[in-house]
Design a protein around this ligand. Structure first.
Ligand code: CA
Length: 242
């Protein structure tokens, strides 16, 4: 059984120009354990997402300069498949069709309850992250990379990449829970057997460095979370052996 996706690991961006609503959303999401970033306009969203890939963007439709539709367009055009929950005002319901056409994952009409919002968020995250991974299947696929968990082979496209056994195990642990921040200690516990456990957690950093080098131009798929640990910052799907 996979471990449940801990909310504390999930990065959410809230884009909303009504400051009071923004503060309320931030406070409630943080209380639920989400890591929350905020913006009051759509303009910085793509740049912010490139810097710290978000697991979910809560996006108000009507924004002062760059509106929700434009943000969605920018994200999808840039092939960013981050899930987006659109917030629409009453009377904008007809626009939801356009939102879905542009690649929104769900929408909520204002005013909404916090409970409603939280349950939608959980449903979206379940759909987009976790349900894609079936731990019984052997191939983990993420962007151009695949990991064969049975033969422990890591590939970019058809090309086999040279990754040592511990680095491979770390990759497997990270890819099995995309979005979750793994501390060094957690990675050691899940990767090394008790009797072979290294004396310093810093060993993990060495392997992460190696993996990021191997990922090359896609090294940001493995993110360092300052002071906490590491996370796989790209969606992962599990597949049966071809
Ligand atoms: Ca607005």
């Amino acid at each position: 059984m996979p471990l449940p996706l801990a909310p504390a690991s999930i990065n959410v961006l809230v884009v909303e120009d009504e400051e009071q609503l923004l503060a309320m959303l931030k406070a409630n999401l943080e209380r639920e354990g989400y890591l929350v970033t905020t913006a009051t306009d759509g303009r910085p969203v793509l740049e912010l997402h490139r810097k710290t890939p978000f697991d979910l963007i809560i996006l108000d439709l009507m924004l002062p300069q760059v509106d929700g539709f434009q943000v969605l367009q920018q994200l999808r055009y840039a092939e960013q498949d981050v899930p987006v929950l659109l917030l629409t005002a009453r009377g904008e319901e007809e626009t939801k069709v356009k939102g879905f056409d542009l690649g929104a994952d769900d929408y909520l009409t204002k005013p909404f309850s916090v409970l409603e919002l939280l349950s939608r968020i959980k449903a979206i995250l379940r759909r987009t992250h976790h349900d894609r991974i079936n731990p019984d299947q052997v191939i983990l696929s993420s962007g151009p990379f695949t990991l064969d968990r049975e033969r422990m082979i890591f590939r970019k496209g058809p090309r086999r990449l040279d990754v040592g056994p511990h680095a491979l195990r770390i990759l497997e642990v990270l890819m099995l829970r995309p979005g979750h921040i793994h501390s060094r200690e957690e990675l050691i516990n899940l990767t090394w057997s008790l009797e072979l456990r290294p004396s310093s957690n810093r060993v993990v950093d060495v392997h992460i460095y190696t993996i990021r080098k191997i990922l090359g131009t896609r090294k940001n798929m493995l993110m360092t979370v300052e002071g906490i640990g590491y996370r796989w910052a790209h969606t992962v799907e599990s597949l049966p052996r071809p």
